[in-house]
Design a protein around this ligand. Structure first.
Ligand code: NAP
Length: 288
C-alpha cells in the first residue's frame, strides 16, 4: 500500500489496533496523539507521530498535510461533535481523499442518546463535506472490561455498570479495527455506514459468568443504580455531562437498544466476529 494514512487517537483503544494493522500492510502511517506523554508510545507503533488537538482546526490541518486517507474519532468529551466537525473542516482544506469516521451504534436513530446525538453532528458534517467517507458505528467494546473495569475485576472480583440485565451485542476492538482498515485500504466502502457488533448479545451477568469460567474465579457483575453510578463518576472527577451520558447509555442498554446483531464484520472482512469467550481467553493476563 503506497498511500499515507493519518490515524486520530493512535494511542487509544481503536487507534492502536488500526495503526498496527496499517503498518503490517506496509502503509505509511502518521499517528496522531494528544497528550505529550504519548509521543513515544505513538512512535513505538512504527508510525510517524504528530501531536494534534482536535479543538484546534489549524493543528489538525497541519497534521493532515500530504495525507491521502484518514481515520477520524473524537474522545468521549462534551465537544465530541465539534471535534468531528473540526476534523472535516481541516481535512477539506488539506485535500484528504477518504475519511473513515468512528461513531456509535444508534447515532442515526430518532431516539439517539446524548453521545449518539454528538456523533450524529460529526457524521452529518462529513456526509455534507463532499469528502468520500465511511462511517462505522460500533456497539460497546469488549475491551472496556479491562480498559474501564480491569482494576476492580483484579482487586475485587467484581465490575460495576448501571446497565441492569440489558443485552449488548458487544464487539471486540480487533474486529472493529479490521472493518476500519478494510474500509481504508480496499475499494467499495465509500458512502457506506456499518453497524459493527459481535456475534451474540449478552448481558453483564453472562459476561461475568464467562469471565469466571475463563479465569477460574468467581467474578460478579454489580448492577449499580443510575444515581449511585452518576455520583461515583462525578466524585472521581468526571464532568457531570459525561457521567449523565453514561447513565443514559445504561438506560438504553436496559431498554434493549444495544442488543441488535449485525453482519458487518463478516460482510466487510470475510471473517466471523470474535465471541466474548474467545476475547476473555485471549486477554486473561488483563484479569489476573
Ligand atoms: N468504548 C466503547 O465501548 C465505545 C463504543 C462505541 C463507540 N465508542 C466511541 O469510541 C470513541 C473513542 O475511541 P477510542 O476508544 O479508540 O479512544 P479512547 O481509547 O477513548 O482514547 C481517546 C483518544 O483520543 C485522544 N484525544 C483526546 N483528546 C484529544 C484532543 N483534544 N485532540 C486529539 N486527540 C485527543 C486521546 O489521546 P491522548 O491519550 O494522547 O490524550 C486518545 O488517543 C468515542 O467517540 C466513543 O463514543 C466507544
Amino acid at each position: 500500500m503506497t498511500e499515507t494514512v493519518f490515524v486520530t487517537g493512535s494511542t487509544g483503544a481503536t487507534g492502536q489496533e488500526v495503526v498496527r494493522r496499517l503498518v503490517e500492510l506496509g502503509a505509511t502511517v502518521r499517528a496522531g496523539y494528544h497528550s505529550e506523554a504519548n509521543a513515544e508510545k505513538a512512535r513505538q507503533l512504527g508510525a510517524e507521530p504528530v501531536q494534534v488537538d482536535l479543538g484546534d482546526v489549524e493543528s489538525i490541518q497541519a497534521a493532515l498535510g500530504g495525507i491521502d486517507k484518514a481515520y477520524s474519532l473524537s474522545p468521549v468529551h462534551p465537544d465530541l461533535g465539534q471535534y468531528g466537525v473540526n476534523f472535516v473542516t481541516a481535512a477539506k482544506r488539506a485535500g484528504v481523499k477518504h475519511i473513515v469516521r468512528l461513531s456509535a451504534v444508534g447515532a442515526d436513530a430518532p431516539e439517539a442518546i446524548t453521545v449518539g446525538r454528538w456523533h450524529r453532528e460529526a457524521e452529518k458534517a462529513l456526509e455534507e463535506s463532499g469528502i468520500p467517507y465511511t462511517i462505522v458505528r460500533p456497539n460497546i467494546f469488549m475491551q472496556n472490561y479491562f480498559n474501564l473495569t480491569g482494576n476492580t475485576i483484579k482487586d475485587q472480583n467484581a465490575f460495576y455498570f448501571p446497565q441492569g440485565e440489558g443485552e449488548i451485542a458487544i464487539v471486540d476492538v480487533r474486529d472493529l479495527a479490521s472493518v476500519i482498515v478494510t474500509a481504508l485500504t480496499e475499494e467499495g466502502h465509500e458512502g457506506k455506514a456499518y453497524d459493527v457488533t459481535g456475534p451474540e448479545a449478552i448481558s453483564n451477568y453472562q459476561a461475568a459468568d464467562t469471565l469466571s469460567k475463563v479465569t477460574g474465579r468467581d467474578i460478579q457483575y454489580v448492577d449499580l443504580p443510575g444515581d449511585v453510578a452518576r455520583q461515583a463518576m462525578i466524585d472521581a472527577g468526571m464532568p457531570e455531562v459525561i457521567s449523565e451520558a453514561i447513565v443514559e447509555l445504561g438506560d438504553a442498554v436496559k431498554a434493549g437498544h444495544t442488543s441488535a446483531i449485525s453482519t458487518a464484520v463478516q460482510q466487510v472482512t470475510g471473517r466471523p466476529p470474535i465471541t466474548f469467550e474467545k476475547f476473555a481467553e485471549d486477554h486473561m493476563s488483563h484479569f489476573v
